[in-house]
Design a protein around this ligand. Structure first.
Ligand code: NOJ
Ligand code: CA
Length: 528
């Protein structure tokens, strides 16, 4: 398990997100599972990744695709068994791949024994593990606040005894009360449960939402937010860091922190808190050299201030796949700007996604791939709404299912080797050229590009250093050096540009035009 900068692995790893429902189905029920992942570990080994981040695989009623956890110490039968999960950790380690599991501390499933006990009796001690409050108005039938949910919609549900409970996501995901010591103790014990099973890291869901202002003020401009990024949260992560540090072998804590303020974001990465956090700044950024350069600088500066590694993410199970984003006229991403159904040029999007792969794999820090990025999958925008399973659809009119479609492995038609049954979400028949089988051995495929780039990233000394230096070649071009003689050049202009002086071209995202770099193409160069 090599790292690229000599430091701990999490500073520079290539981390691959497995979304277990959609990776590979071994038992023929149309839903991906642990045995499917075990059967396809060779794909991940050949891709050259350092670690897998596994989206939730715990017992769950699946009100939010497993982000509604009923038991953090077991595996949902749809995915397999705890013994299977332990075997996967061992088998991944045997081929040099580390394992990161996903922990969801902000809320649990309404089917979790704690919430069931809390509902069963007003006097139950579990009541205090949640946010039960009386309503407003003469009969208490108005919600305690007008807070808007993270998926849109309201955030309180009334129980038969007249009180309301808080849920920042769906009613099936009651928020936990992190002021309660039992909640803290329980999660520290859950971390130990997984660290004891050899996992190398924990991805922390909705890491900035845990605490709420007990006075329940409304959200107001200029006032501190009642449930985003309250200072108390840092205490929890300091305690978690002590747990992680008590294990051998560089166990890492990686936060999902959506936060526009980069300084507040960096607070989570102080030396005694989380090791890393997902940086979504670049993901939301338009395909625009000046904006991307500013985003990269902002990110590197914020991380440098706390000595943490930057992270780069282009896609995940929550956002529109970047082949689709980069093929639209508006190439930004934000949950508040629904671009579903706007025209997409998939060829352009794919060209840019190839260039973006070379960009994100050559910036200093760790890079995250979402399963299917390596195949150049696009968002399936043709899923009939009647098949949508994502609870966001009802609340925001946008479904995340389009990026969660099962992977195409082989063959000419759906289910493309994913399953022997009909997959839980439909695959576009046009993916027949994008299967792992079709792309393997094709030197021009997205898969070959990713494999070559990840292999070069391991070997290239310039990419093992923390620094980068911008090269000012052209206003519409992103170009930078890593070390003395490695450069990455991304042409975001509408015309080809001359390449800077160089010894060799190491890898290009598309054909070069002699010594010129065509539009929407990136190249890695050995400088002379
Ligand atoms: C963030 C996860 O990535 C997302 O999929 C989930 O819906 C929310 N947290 C709620 O757990
Ligand atoms: Ca299955």
């Amino acid at each position: 398990m090599s790292t690229t900068d000599g430091g701990p692995w999490w500073r520079s790893a290539v981390i691959y997100q497995v979304y277990p429902r959609s990776f590979a189905d071994a038992n023929g029920d149309g839903i991906g599972d642990i045995d499917g992942i075990r059967a396809h570990l060779g794909h991940l080994r050949d891709l050259g990744i350092d670690a897998i981040w596994m989206s939730p695989w715990y017992p769950s009623p699946m009100a939010d695709a497993g982000y509604d956890v009923a038991d953090f110490r077991d595996i949902d039968p749809v995915f397999g068994t705890l013994a299977g999960a332990e075997a996967l950790v061992e088998e991944a380690h045997a081929v040099g791949i580390r394992m990161i599991v996903d922990i969801v501390p902000n809320h649990i499933s309404s089917e979790h024994p704690w919430f069931k006990a809390a509902l069963a009796a007003p006097s139950a001690k579990e009541r205090d593990y949640f946010w039960f409050r009386p309503g407003r108005g003469a009969n208490g039938d108005e919600m305690p606040t007008d807070w808007r949910g993270e998926f849109g919609g309201t955030t309180w549900t009334r129980t038969p005894d007249g009180l309301w409970y808080l849920h920042l996501f769906t009613p099936e995901q009651p928020d936990l009360n992190w002021d309660h010591p039992d909640v803290r103790a329980e999660f520290e014990s859950i971390l130990r449960f997984w660290f004891d099973r050899g996992v190398d890291g924990i991805r922390i869901d909705s890491a900035a939402l845990l605490f709420k202002d007990k006075d329940l003020p409304e959200v107001r401009d200029g006032a501190p937010h009642p449930f985003h990024d309250l200072d108390e949260v840092h205490d929890v992560y300091r305690a978690w860091r002590r747990v992680a540090d008590s294990y051998d072998g560089d166990r890492a804590l990686i936060g999902e922190v959506w936060m526009p303020d980069v300084e507040r974001f960096a607070n989570y990465l102080r030396p005694d808190e989380l090791h890393a956090a997902f940086n979504f700044d670049l993901l939301g950024c338009a395909w625009d050299p000046a904006l991307m350069r500013a985003s990269i600088d902002r990110t590197l500066d914020a991380h440098a201030a706390v000595g943490a590694p930057a992270t780069w993410v282009l896609s995940n199970h929550d956002v529109t796949r970047h082949v689709t984003r980069y093929g639209r006229e508006d190439t930004t991403f934000s949950f508040d700007n629904n671009l579903d159904g706007t025209p997409v040029d998939l060829e352009l999007g794919t060209r840019r996604a190839r260039a973006a792969a070379l960009l994100s794999l050559s910036l200093p820090g760790a890079t995250y791939l979402y399963q299917g990025d390596e195949l150049g999958l696009w968002e399936n925008e043709n899923i009939p709404p009647s098949s949508f399973q994502d609870p966001m659809w009802a609340r925001r009119g946008h479904s995340r299912d389009g990026c969660r479609v099962p992977l195409p492995w082989s063959g000419d038609e759906p289910p493309f080797g994913f399953s022997t049954a009909s997959p839980w979400l439909p695959q576009p028949p046009e993916w027949k050229g994008l299967t792992v089988e079709a792309q393997t051995g094709d030197p021009n495929s997205m898969l070959s590009l990713y494999r070559s780039a990840i292999a070069l990233r391991r070997e290239e000394p310039g990419l093992h250093r923390a620094e980068m230096a911008w090269l000012d070649l052209h206003p519409q071009v992103l170009a930078y050096c890593r070390g003395a003689n490695f450069a990455c050049v991304v042409n975001m202009s509408g015309a080809s540009i001359p390449l800077p002086d160089h010894e060799t071209s190491l890898l290009a995202s598309g054909p070069l035009d002699g010594d010129r770099l065509p539009p929407d193409t990136a190249v890695w160069l050995r400088l002379s």
